[in-house]
Design a protein around this ligand. Sequence first.
Ligand code: FAD
Ligand code: EPU
Length: 338
Amino acid sequence: MLINENISLKPFNTFGIDALTRYYTEAGSLELIQEILQSDIAKNNPILVLGGGSNLLLTKDVDALVIKNQLKGIQLIHEDVEHYFVKAAAGENWHSFVMYCIGKGYGGVENLALIPGNVGASPMQNIGAYGVEIKDVFESLEAIHLMTGELIRFNQSDCAFGYRESIFKNKYKNQLIITSVTYRLKKIHSFNIAYGAIREELDRMQINSLSIAAIADAVIRIRQSKLPDPAILGNAGSFFKNPEVAAETFEKLKADHSGMVGFPLTDGKVKLAAGWMIEQCGWKGFRRGDAGCHIHQALVLVNYGHASGAEIYSLSEEIIQSVEKKYGVRLEREVNII
Ligand code: FAD
Ligand code: EPU
């Protein structure tokens, strides 16, 4: 077991923030995780579990032990008439897992192609895109409790999945290391193309016969056209959640602000497009030093090179305040603030 001291986390977060961690280690086996948790350093310091670092903002140096999850392996563990049950280790790259499933004919995750990060973080905020969320294919997960070393299994009903929410982001925050996730994937594919942009892209691609591969292709093209590539421009995807409001609130907002964008939800509420409100407040393309609001997608904050996490955080605070002042709606950050 090797625990390094004073390591820069810059290569390990997609915002490209140059913050130090007091202790850093990588774990590629369950035995090694247990061994690390038994160490004095683990017992005497807070622990931060890291996946691909694509959903966090480091606002300061980290006075903790960072454990980068490197568990690998994908296994078909069971099948029934309709489903494949596939268990993936937490350190597997999410997009590679999606492409693996498509190659094997396992349906259900194609709409989630090209989301950065690792399998282990997929239940954390119940990742979602283009009409699908991980909860739609989630079967169970296994995690080790950081204090007790106990291996715990969570089934779908234990996870309190919601829009960009789960029990792992709340009650169990910083208490577990997720080691594997089992997904329930379809043998007979049902295609989810309700999201308008997918249909338009499939038309442009002149796809006549739908397949999970074609949907993944369409999603990849849309994402590449809209979202900045973290390898080129530091970011963590949407910085804020899209707020959900009552239908009457939406009607009032629409009456007061022409062009207000909202999407009706099944529970009668309306999801507001935070990107639209941020753009209307004049932030789109804004840059101060190296911290900015993306030129094509106002929901995404970016690091042009040497911004600190504190500068990006402070920009996010100004955005929250200006949106609240103009619309009376308080934006909530989606990204994990460290
Ligand atoms: P990290 O950033 O490493 O960690 C995120 C949080 O989970 C941290 O609190 C960390 O402590 C915790 N964590 C990570 N792994 C474990 C583990 N094994 N056990 C316990 N805790 C753990 N998200 C979406 O939902 N939909 C999108 O469409 C989307 N698009 C994106 C586009 C871009 C360009 C970028 C940069 C990000 C996007 N994201 C999106 C956000 C991000 O990709 C996801 O949240 C992803 O699941 C984060 O995975 P990660 O491994 O990088 O997690
Ligand atoms: N919009 C603007 N200006 C902008 C950005 C968006 O007006 O600068 C408006 C547009 O009208 C558009 C609407 O906002 O119709 C929605 O935009 P888009 O389809 O790009 O989606 P989003 O709300 O910005 C959400 C997720 C993404 C996910 C996409 C596709 C959240 C917080 N974000 O983005 O997830 O990939 O939908 O499903 O829910 C992430 O979580 O990191 C992420 C990228």
